[in-house]
Design a protein around this ligand. Structure first.
Ligand code: HSE
Length: 369
C-alpha cells in the first residue's frame, strides 16, 4: 500500500511513526504546511503532487476541518484513491456525499478514528448493526473536555490552565472552542447516530451546549450534592422518534461516566440484543488516534471498506423533559436552589437550549436520572 498523507500534525505524525514498522504500508508523500524533512517520504506543500502520483493508491487525510479537506478527499477519490480519514468535521458534514462516491468508484473509505480516538467505536457500531437494532448511542466523546472537567473536579485546577495543558498535550483542536463549546462532540454524535440508526439527521435540529461557562464554584456545587459534571452526548431512536443532543450532564459520583479520567472517552451503545455495551479508551492524542487510522489501513489491505451509506433524512425531536442545573437568571420557577444556581424540573431539551442561546454566559447542565 502506497500512501499520500495529508497533514503532519498530531495525528499525521503519529500515523507516519506507526507505519514505519509495517513493511506492507509505505508513506510515500506527505502534504503539509510545516517545514519538515523526512528520510523516507517526499514532503510537499502542493496537494497536486499527491493527486497526480499514480503510484499512490491510498490517501490518509489527517488535516482536520471541512475545507480544503473535502475538496482534497473528493479529488483523490475522483482520481481512484482509497481514503482513510480521522476528520470528524469532514465526515459528519460530508459523509453522505463521500460514501456514495466511494461506492460508485469502487473505492474503500474508512473513518474509525473520527470518533473515540483509540477506541475503534465506529467499527464496533458497524459490527453491532449487523446483528441487532441499536436504539441509543452516546457518552463522553471529547478528550479535551474530559481532561478539563476531570482536572477541575479532582484537583481543583483552573479552567484556563487545564485547557492550555490539553492543548500542549495535543488533545485539543486547532481552535479549542471547537472542543469546549461542544462542536466536536456534536460532530461525533451526529456521525455515530447516522451510522447506528441508518439515517441522515437534520443537523440543524441537534442542539449543543459546551463547558466554556463552567466555574470552579459550579464544580464545588456539584461535589457538595454528590455529582460530577461531564460533557455527554445522546442519540436515541425510540418509538420512531430521534432525540439527539449534547450538553454538560451531572452524573452521580459513583456512575461509570463520573470516573472517566484525563483524556479518556466512554462511549456506549444500547441494542435490542446486547443491551448496554460501553467502550473506553483514550479519545484524543497522537498515538491512540493514529492507532485507529493504521487499523483502518490494515482493514483496507484486507479488503474491508467502510460503512453503510446513511439512510433517509430525518427530523430530530427534542421534546424530552429533563431536570437541569442552571446558573443564570432562569425566568421560570425553581424547584431547588444550589448556591447561586437553581434546579429546574420538567423543562424540555429544546426549551432549555433555546433559552441558553438567548442568554450567553449562563451555564446549564442536565441532571442524569
Ligand atoms: N479534540 C478532540 C478531543 C480530538 O479532544 O477529543 C479527538 O477527536
Amino acid at each position: 500500500m502506497r500512501i499520500g498523507l495529508l497533514g503532519f500534525g498530531v495525528v499525521g505524525r503519529g500515523v507516519y511513526d506507526i507505519v514505519a514498522s509495517k513493511p506492507d504500508i509505505e508513506v510515500v508523500k506527505v502534504c503539509c504546511l510545516e517545514e519538515v524533512s523526512l528520510p523516507d517520504a517526499v514532503v510537499t506543500k502542493d496537494f497536486n503532487d499527491i493527486l497526480t502520483d499514480d503510484t499512490i493508491d491510498t490517501v490518509v487525510e489527517a488535516m482536520g476541518g471541512v475545507h480544503p479537506a473535502y475538496e482534497f478527499v473528493r479529488a483523490a477519490m475522483e482520481a481512484g484513491k482509497h481514503i482513510v480519514t480521522s476528520n470528524k468535521a469532514l465526515v459528519a458534514s460530508c459523509y453522505d456525499e463521500l460514501l456514495p462516491l466511494a461506492k460508485e468508484k469502487g473505492l474503500k473509505f474508512r473513518c474509525t478514528a473520527a470518533v473515540g480516538g483509540g477506541i475503534g467505536w465506529l467499527s464496533e457500531v458497524e459490527r453491532s448493526r449487523r446483528v441487532q437494532t441499536i436504539y441509543q448511542v452516546g457518552g463522553i466523546m471529547n478528550g479535551t473536555c474530559n481532561y478539563i472537567l476531570d482536572n477541575m473536579t479532582r484537583l481543583g485546577l483552573d479552567y484556563n490552565d487545564v485547557l492550555k495543558e490539553a492543548q500542549a498535550l495535543g488533545y485539543a483542536e486547532a481552535n479549542p472552542s471547537t472542543d469546549v463549546d461542544g462542536i466536536d462532540t456534536w460532530h461525533k454524535v451526529i456521525l455515530s447516530s447516522n451510522i447506528a440508526f441508518g439515517v441522515s439527521l437534520n443537523r440543524d435540529q441537534v442542539p449543543v451546549a459546551g463547558i466554556s461557562a463552567i466555574s470552579a464554584a459550579d464544580v464545588e456545587n456539584f461535589k457538595a450534592h454528590g455529582y460530577v459534571c461531564k460533557l455527554i452526548s445522546t442519540g436515541k431512536h425510540l418509538d420512531g422518534k430521534y432525540s439527539v443532543y449534547v450538553h454538560p450532564t451531572l452524573v452521580k459520583s459513583n456512575a461509570l461516566e463520573a470516573n472517566v479520567p484525563m483524556n479518556y472517552n466512554l462511549i456506549t451503545l444500547v441494542g435490542d440484543t446486547s443491551g448496554r455495551m460501553s467502550f473506553y479508551g483514550q479519545g484524543a492524542g497522537r498515538y491512540p488516534t493514529a492507532y485507529n487510522v493504521v487499523q483502518d489501513l490494515v482493514d483496507l489491505l484486507e479488503g474491508r471498506g467502510f460503512y453503510s451509506t446513511y439512510g433517509e433524512s430525518v427530523d430530530v425531536d427534542n421534546s424530552e423533559a429533563l431536570t437541569w442545573y442552571v446558573r443564570g437568571s432562569w425566568p421560570g420557577a425553581a424547584d431547588e436552589t444550589w448556591g447561586d444556581a437553581v434546579i429546574v424540573k420538567n423543562v424540555s431539551v429544546d426549551e432549555m437550549h433555546a433559552w441558553r442561546k438567548e442568554n450567553p454566559g449562563v451555564f446549564i447542565a442536565a441532571i442524569a436520572e
